[in-house]
Design a protein around this ligand. Structure first.
Ligand SMILES: [Fe+2]
Ligand SMILES: [Fe+2]
Length: 234
């Protein structure tokens, strides 16, 4: 016998946009000033610029995507700790769990970004060196992970703010890169992860979509900032 129950669905992630909406999203980003980045955020952006260049590139974006997943992972970890702590208070435990689900979905989204970047690097035949593309991202991620969870425990609003700055930076980097490299309009989207991520007309549109995802992540973090502590969430 099959029992049918109502099951909540996993979040679908940021919306997929059509070409018109992607062009609009890019115009919106380029017309919006960057956030005022904190010292901590600049401490992350500076070494990335020094190691991978100020200009955008697939290799630089791959590096940014490796570290982009880190705060969501840190929040997920702290979330599980909080769920156990609030296990006897179902309403609060549920709210914490909603944030955990959101953090997991955002990690998956960042993971697709990384796989797409690595695929573009492979196809372009770019070389990645071990020190610059394996060891350095590991060190930066390690630092960011611990900063994220400690900050989240001490001052959750600062952790959300830091992530919003990181996402704002990523959004502007992608949209600017597309604007500065018109040849990307004529490079077809290889669609390697079409089934999981969707397929666009060109690599330019694919990167615009990723840039828009970063904007959605930023807005989510700014929204969470309004009720940063689990005990006062919503
Ligand atoms: Fe990303
Ligand atoms: Fe992101």
């Amino acid at each position: 016998m099959t029992i049918t129950i109502d099951r909540p669905e996993a979040p679908a992630g940021p919306p997929k946009l059509d070409r018109e909406a992607l062009l609009r999203a890019q115009r919106d980003t380029l017309a919006t000033p960057r956030m005022a980045y904190s010292l901590l955020a600049r401490m992350m952006f500076k070494p990335v610029d020094l190691l991978y260049g100020k200009q955008g590139s697939f290799t630089k974006f791959a590096m940014l995507e490796i570290i982009a997943r880190v705060p969501y992972q840190a929040w997920e970890r702290v979330g599980y700790w909080a769920v156990h702590r609030y296990a006897g208070r179902s309403a609060l435990a549920k709210r914490v769990f909603e944030r955990i689900v959101e953090a997991r979905s955002d990690q998956d989204n960042e993971q697709w970004h990384l796989l797409i970047m690595q695929d573009l690097i492979e196809r372009d035949g770019m070389r990645q060196n071990w020190l610059l593309h394996k060891v350095a991202p590991w060190f930066i991620s390690f630092f960011y992970y611990h900063v994220s969870w400690v900050l989240f425990l001490v001052r959750p609003e600062a952790s959300y703010r830091l992530n919003a700055e990181f996402e704002d930076h990523a959004e502007h980097e992608y949209m600017t890169f597309v604007a500065e490299n018109p040849e990307l309009e004529f490079m077809p989207d290889p669609g390697t992860y079409a089934a999981e991520y969707g397929r666009h007309r060109s690599v330019a549109d694919l990167l615009r979509q990723i840039g828009h995802d970063e904007r959605v992540h930023k807005l989510d973090s700014l929204e969470n900032l309004k009720s940063p502590r689990y005990s006062s969430a919503r």
